[in-house]
Design a protein around this ligand. Sequence first.
Ligand SMILES: C[S@@+](CC[C@H](N)C(=O)[O-])C[C@H]1O[C@@H](n2cnc3c(N)ncnc32)[C@H](O)[C@@H]1O
Length: 359
Amino acid sequence: MDRLRERIRREGPISFPDYLTAALYDPADGYYARPAGQVGRGGDFYTSVSTGSLFGRLLARHIAAWHRECDSPARWRIIEAGANDGSLAADILNGLADLGADAGLEYVIIEPLPQIAAAQCAKVPSASIVPDPGSLAVDPLPAFVLGNEVLDALPFHVIETTPDGWQELGVTLDDRDRFIWHALGPAPADLIHDLPLFSPGYRTEVRSSVAAFLKSFALFRGRMLWIDYGYPRPDYYHASRTTGTLRTFSRHRAAEDPLEAPGEIDITAHVDFTALARDVASLGGKVIRFEPQSRFLTELARPWLLELEGRTDPDARKDILAFQTLTHPGHLGARFHVFEASFGENQPPCRTAITHLFP
Ligand SMILES: C[S@@+](CC[C@H](N)C(=O)[O-])C[C@H]1O[C@@H](n2cnc3c(N)ncnc32)[C@H](O)[C@@H]1O
């Protein structure tokens, strides 16, 4: 906080993406640079990964099916972004080993923060860990790129409707050195794109960093799977959503003031899945799936659910509870969506209706 204040005194008001980059990813004091512990019961929020290993084991079934569809190449890769403490990587690797589908696999984690990379290395010693996908050699190996709750953690702009049009908000200090919002001026046209103008005071977010984030991943031939909370554009930028989707999380409590304690709280906003679909198309990919997590996981779990029939042992009970949390619409099942795209594959089949992504 002190360094951010210092910077604003020196440079003047800063953009909200710059504020978020410091608050979440400052290598020394950013929220995500702290030793892992943000996710789970003792942290600030739960993710599907923190419900237990079932999520990763079900994803392993999906990845194994794709590997079979590609005629089981002798060498292949999984590339995970935002791997946190490495739990999902470990669960997917164990799941693939149980299915006998891990031969020739290199598991790569993309982790820009060195102290988090060290924790991942301890948890998943077999994984390769690199700071960004651009440092991986692009070769013909088929790759399955994935990330759970990563896109919602990428920095975003905050914009607000005024009688004169959209304006962009940044951050400055008041006379008591508290962080406050600051009108930076008219929002650039390439940020607003085709957004309609809502009534004055309507505040929302635009994440313009996704295409740049995806660019290096899009060089690999294979699949890209992102699981996150968000909406297609008409639901995201709806006239009734007057305060946007920005949320903060601390000790499992959601709030809406991101300026309160930079570095100490999680700051996030939903994913605009229409913008994601457009970014994927602009990078040469084809969207093949967009569906609620409940439907995706239930389909994957079918054979396993049959195996569970009649079992009452503690392991089975634990998995059933996790499955209910992951798929129940009141828990994670409807809030999270699964978005999958194909890059450089011949005739990839479309798995779900995706027209509602392209209003
Ligand atoms: C909400 S956490 C999700 C953690 C984990 N995937 C899970 O589901 O429990 C978001 C993670 O994305 C990571 N992240 C954000 N930007 C990233 C980037 N450019 N490359 C790799 N990881 C990134 C953050 O450091 C953080 O660990």
